[in-house]
Design a protein around this ligand. Structure first.
Ligand code: SAH
Ligand code: SF4
Ligand code: F3S
Length: 478
């Protein structure tokens, strides 16, 4: 559903990992109003940003539509993380071109990371594009739209050191009404050598902690039962209260959100292994409603490759972090991101990534082969010297092993009972409900009349696949 790599089909669940082309939508579109259509690609932060964009556009009289053909404004919120992600966007722009031909006057805008990476070049390459807006410039959209209406092109790719959109209440589009994402910080200061994000998202900055708590509280009162705190590196969250100069750390923020209500689950993503602290782990352990799940991307299991990647930890250090997580929370699930075939990676070094999957016992992973991104440290310093077939073969080995480990991880849950937050009807059968347990595993079970999305139920697991637990509702924890 979300990946740029066809071999990855079947791996679900996406947080900070790339998703493809989902259309945001809200049922109510008022006649006479201007309509906008928005399609989002990339990580969850982009999806979250699209909700901010929707809110800004609603202020100036635009309503969302799912129908491309009837829209006055077509927006595509883009991702640059791998070459394939950009290719997909260019293909979609061809489709929008046809719509524009049939409906002259339709405005086409490119938002997000590709807008930031390519800037005015994008307008030169893609003639149909009227608007190019970077991730920190969405407040300027109404002005830019006015410029376009006057017959000019609109561009703002200014990266800010302050913008967090803290005061904007996102328009929750296409939501299940149960779980929502809250951006707690923007940008990234880490400079992993393969990664384009620091260039497309700018410097790291943390959002006002009270605005985060207010947003989560409001969601709770509107019936939401799960919030995921989002950032490229949530563990380096740090907000200084200008009134008393007190600093709120990520562990403290987690606690503040957990205290809103015991029935509001708290998740977060992504953690950087170098920054996750014992304080965070103990806070997780202290509150039942902080989910026992950490996305802790390793990228490679080999110390030399990790150094080239500029990840600032080595294999042993990462392994001790994993041990610490399981020591403090034995029931915690850990997932990862891995890159196959980074510059100069040998077969032995690739084996280290495979053995890490087994050591860490990841419940699931997002797996990619290396895609060189212009302007990154790796593109400047290292040769992209692993042949594509080798990258693909190594990736396939990683995927096969992870599937095996995920299956064993899930089979170990057979016979256990979990508290599950119901998200809705299962995609596969209208007779089944689906939801997640604390460990972020998808659980499917037969419907019972009395339960609806947003309810917690206890489910006993009877069967497992590598992606799903299958069970039945029981009265209470056994
Ligand atoms: N901030 C997160 C990751 C954001 S990008 C973190 O630090 O973990 C999501 C994932 O995409 C990364 O974890 C990495 O595995 C992958 N990725 C990033 N750049 C890539 C590239 N150039 N080629 C292949 N995969 C890449
Ligand atoms: Fe990219 Fe590294 Fe920042 Fe993650 S931590 S967004 S991989 S630079
Ligand atoms: Fe996210 Fe892709 Fe940008 S992963 S931060 S949308 S490059």
């Amino acid at each position: 559903m979300y990946n740029d790599n066809p071999t990855l089909e079947g791996i679900s669940q996406e947080l900070l990992t790339e998703r493809q082309g989902e259309v945001f939508f809200q049922e109510t579109s008022n006649a006479g109003q201007k309509l906008f259509y928005i399609e989002s690609y990339g990580c969850q932060m982009n999806f979250s940003d699209s909700e901010i964009v929707a809110s800004i556009l609603a202020e100036v009289g635009y309503s969302p539509t799912r129908n491309l053909e009837e829209s006055d404004l077509i927006l595509i919120n883009t991702c640059s993380i791998r070459e394939k992600a950009e290719e997909t966007v260019r293909k979609r722009l061809r489709v929008f071109d046809q719509v524009k031909n049939n409906r002259p006057g339709t405005v086409v805008g490119v938002l997000g990371c590709m807008a930031e990476r390519l800037k005015v070049k994008l307008m030169e390459q893609e003639k149909l594009v009227d608007l190019v807006v970077g991730p920190d410039a969405y407040r300027d959209l109404p002005n830019l739209l006015a410029t376009v209406e006057d017959g000019d092109k609109g561009i703002n790719v200014f990266l800010s050191r302050e913008e967090t959109y803290a005061d904007i209440s996102p328009l929750r589009l296409d939501s299940n009404g149960v779980s929502a994402f809250i951006s707690i910080m923007r940008g990234c200061d880490n400079m992993c050598s393969f990664c384009v994000v620091p260039f497309t998202r700018g410097r790291e900055r943390s959002r006002n902690a009270f605005s985060i708590v207010a947003e989560a509280t409001d969601l709770y009162h509107r019936g939401y039962r799960e919030v995921t705190l989002l950032g490229q590196n949530v563990d380096s969250y740090k907000w200084e209260n200008p009134e008393n100069e007190q600093v709120v750390s990520f562990a403290e923020l987690l606690e503040m959100v957990a205290l809103i209500h015991p029935d509001l689950r708290v998740r977060f993503s992504t953690s950087h292994p170098k920054d996750i602290t014992d304080e965070v782990l103990y806070t997780m352990a202290k509150y039942d409603n902080i989910c026992k799940y950490i996305h802790l991307p390793v990228q490679s299991g080999n110390s030399r490759v990790l150094e080239l990647m500029n990840r600032t930890y080595d294999r042993d250090w990462y392994m001790s972090k994993i041990r610490r997580v399981y020591e403090i929370m034995p029931e915690c699930a850990i997932s990862s991101d891995m890159i196959a075939g980074f510059c100069t990676e040998t077969e032995e070094e690739h084996q280290d990534t495979l053995s890490m999957i087994e050591f860490a016992n990841y419940s699931m992973s997002y797996m990619f082969y290396y895609s060189e991104r212009p302007g990154t440290l790796a593109a400047k310093k290292y040769e992209d010297d692993i042949p594509l077939e080798v990258k693909k073969r190594r990736l396939q080995e990683i995927i096969s092993l992870q599937n095996k480990v995920s299956l064993a991880h899930n089979r170990a849950d057979i016979g256990k009972t979990f508290k599950v937050l119901i998200e809705g009807t299962s995609k596969k059968s209208i007779h089944d409900l689906k939801g997640r347990n604390s460990q972020n595993k998808m659980v499917v079970f037969p419907k019972m009349e009395t339960y609806k999305p947003g309810d917690y139920v206890w489910v006993k697991v009877n069967e497992a696949t590598s992606a799903t637990l299958i069970g039945e509702i029981v009265q209470e924890q056994i």
